[in-house]
Design a protein around this ligand. Structure first.
Ligand code: PLP
Length: 373
């Protein structure tokens, strides 16, 4: 039976995606250069920004792409306003600190969405803020922040927006014309269902041109990385060749599924089966239904001392199902993802396995209806 990675990434991948890894490519070969260009164009097209933005890939995990974006695109004398309702927002604050850049945080509770009106107020009051950073789906909780409304406020105030769309890109529709952004950061191995090893930033061409010499790091300089592609279509440093090939194959599968809309429908069905099945077993979600992204769901541990997360984790792991600990600061929790190459049948299998675990621990037989759920 296939292993289900119901986590925030790396995720379950398809056989076709893994098969694409099974070939060597020379980094200067014409076919690899063409593939890199094709992947860059496809990534920009997914957000509807092929005419205005460049996709600049970065070797490494998603965090490398976020750090590259902040240091390349936040002017050295600029100030970043980070909208925080979870660990990934806090991570961007820390990045700005480490880079020695000016940063302000607007922080709300981890179960609350960022309020666009509050952002407008801060931007009106603090003229030193040049750029705003937002996490689209805060993977800490699974909450979806209102990207379009916040992008509208930031654009109206004449500031730049950097969006960490790591866990939403590919699985939740994002249209850069309706939600204008200066930069959007994501990676190959979440909603795009590629393998890990590659992050990327969609950057407004004008902002990218203006960013020459801004980065403090050599390897995380998006302007220089882009110039490498402009000069000869090549990556500046050893490219993750097989990872790029797997992403190209994964993008074919995204197209075949009906693009981001089709994938969003599958992830939404996955999420529904998970949330409803867990509710029947007595597990509450942490995020209110209206704010929940069909990406990853945070559950509260049930009342009673029979439940132990590490025990459930090990029990499921033994049955080929991998879930994830919680990451909330305020209370104990655990998470189950609904993205990756998994479908409703897989989610039902996970819920059925949890039902059996719950029944065993509570000393009652699993109801057949639950076990089949
Ligand atoms: C996964 C994730 C990241 C960082 O990803 P890594 O690949 O672990 O570096 C950043 N932001 C969000 C919202 C994420 O979900």
């Amino acid at each position: 039976m296939k292993t289900l990675l119901l986590t925030p990434g790396p995720l379950t991948t398809s056989d076709a995606t893994r098969a694409a890894l099974n070939r060597d490519w020379g980094s200067r070969d014409g076919d690899f250069v063409a593939m890199s260009e094709r992947v860059r164009a496809r990534l920009a097209a997914l957000a509807g920004v092929a005419d205005t933005h460049e996709a600049v890939p970065v070797q490494g995990s998603g965090t490398f792409a976020v750090e590259a974006a902040i240091q390349t695109l936040l002017p050295r004398d600029g100030r970043l306003l980070v909208l925080v309702n979870g660990a990934y927002g806090r991570r961007m604050v820390e990045m700005a600190h480490r880079l020695g850049r000016a940063v302000t945080a607007l922080e709300v509770a981890e179960d609350a969405a960022i309020d666009p009106a509050a952002v407008a107020l801060v931007l009106a009051q603090d003229q030193a803020v040049t750029d705003v950073a937002l996490v689209h789906c805060e993977t800490t909780s699974g909450l979806l922040n209102p990207l379009e409304a916040i992008a509208g406020v930031v654009a109206a105030a004449g500031r730049g927006l950097m969006v960490d769309a790591m866990s939403s890109f590919g699985g939740v529709p994002i249209d850069g014309r309706a939600a204008p952004f200066k930069a959007l950061m994501a990676s190959a191995n979440k909603g795009l269902e590629g393998v890990p090893g590659l992050g990327f930033v969609l950057v407004e061409r004008q902002a990218l041109r203006a960013a020459r010499g801004t980065a403090s790091s050599l390897s995380l300089d998006l302007h220089a990385q882009w110039q490498g592609f402009v000069a000869n279509g090549q990556w500046r440093f050893t490219p993750p060749t097989q990872v790029v090939a797997a992403l190209d194959a994964a993008l074919d599968q995204l197209d075949a599924e009906g693009g981001v809309a089709g994938r969003h429908a599958r992830y939404s069905a996955n999420c529904r089966i998970l949330v409803e099945g867990m509710a029947r077993l007595g597990f509450e979600t942490y995020v209110a239904p209206g704010l929940q992204a069909p990406v990853i769901v945070t559950f509260r541990p049930p009342a009673g001392d029979w439940f132990d997360f590490d025990e459930m984790y090990a029990w499921l792991h033994g049955r080929g199902i991998v879930i994830y600990p919680g990451k909330l600061t305020a209370e104990p929790s655990f998470r189950i993802g609904c993205i990756g190459a998994v479908g409703p049948d897989d989610m039902a299998r996970a819920v059925a396995a949890i039902a059996t675990f719950v029944a065993e621990r509570r000393g009652v037989a699993a109801e057949p209806a639950l076990a089949r759920a």
